[in-house]
Design a protein around this ligand. Sequence first.
Ligand code: AMP
Ligand code: ZN
Ligand code: ZN
Length: 408
Amino acid sequence: MKKLIFTVILILLLTPMVYAQSSNRPYVILISFDGFRWDYPDRGLTPNLEKMAREGVRALSLEPVFPSKTFPNHYSMVTGLYPENHGIIYNDFVDPFNGLRYKVGDTTSVRNARWYLGEALWETAERQGIRTASFFWPGSEVHLSYRHPSYFKYYDGKVPYRARVDTVLAWLRLPEAQRPHFITLYFDASDTEGHRYGPNSPELNRAIERLDQTLGYLLNGVAALPIGQQVNVVVVSDHGMTRIDSTRTVAIETGLEDLPHRIQGYGPLVMISAADSLLPKIYQRLRERQNHYRVYRRDEMPTYFHFSRHPFIPALLVVAEIGWSLLPDHFPGAYLSKARGNHGYDNHHLDMHGIFFAVGPAFKNGYRCGTLRNIDLYPLICRILGIMPRENIDGTLERIEFILKNGS
Ligand code: AMP
Ligand code: ZN
Ligand code: ZN
């Protein structure tokens, strides 16, 4: 009996500590404005981003990983891995060992866990007993129960922006035990309008305003929550955008007619595979006429691309000069009459850089810093949430923690 009373007292004494610990745990909302270039916030159209900069942290830019495309970059942000290590090497690629294809827009392939290596932040957090949620994020809708957030949505670009925010706020009003501490949120407008009308268009400016208003709606909603003071809001973009036009094109397959090959992608970069015996010839011909593009063999990619290790990366990579488009010969001529902006180029080019704004109890106030790297977001957010990140990642906490209030 004595023992029982002792145990009960011990439990009663410990319970408030455990509760206090979990109820003090911060929250992180990670928001992506697709294709929102690093300098868009300087157009005077984004009062809510400006407010975040005044009250929190603003980086000069956020450097994407190569290739500066949507899926590789979103998955790098939540895994801390380069695409050569997390496996989502492009928006559209083939497993050469069995011919299976991964393609954005093909829901079957996008939801198949086989493509996704590494561990996404929501898996890391859930493994450590923390609920997570996602209102869209590449990789969040895989069909494997322990690899997706507790709450997630199948991608549907038509869901109104305010409805997405309302759902996030509703998640944050759930009872403590069901409430997610890490939430992702995604909006495409800056990418969609940037492609269609170009980065200098009035249409793109309207998209910038719309996104900033959506952000204001979210920030007001968060401030009104009982746990509002514990919420960190991080706004990023996956890459930037550059102007393209029909005068800057290269018919990349011209001169290769007698050399059977397979070409993947178009525009800023193409990947070429062929029989081993033909590759040196293809490489040589592309190199001879190298003009407004660079051709690389897998073993001679610039090291900062970190783009050679994964076995699905084809033997040859051709990267266009910024603003130029590589078009296979069969490509419909209408492409460039419809597109005015693109991304996917060299990730060191500033036009490919995105944004980083963050506000909340974890972040310094009114702090401006230089370029950050998006692979460092995973260890940063793990640190804020107080969880152990996965080992053997490419991201580094030491490179980014200086933006935290209690950072090094
Ligand atoms: P891109 O400009 O080709 O790199 O990709 C941008 C497009 O990816 C957006 O316009 C969306 O249509 C699409 N997209 C973004 N997130 C998702 C997602 N989670 N699932 C499917 N498609 C997505
Ligand atoms: Zn994108
Ligand atoms: Zn895009």
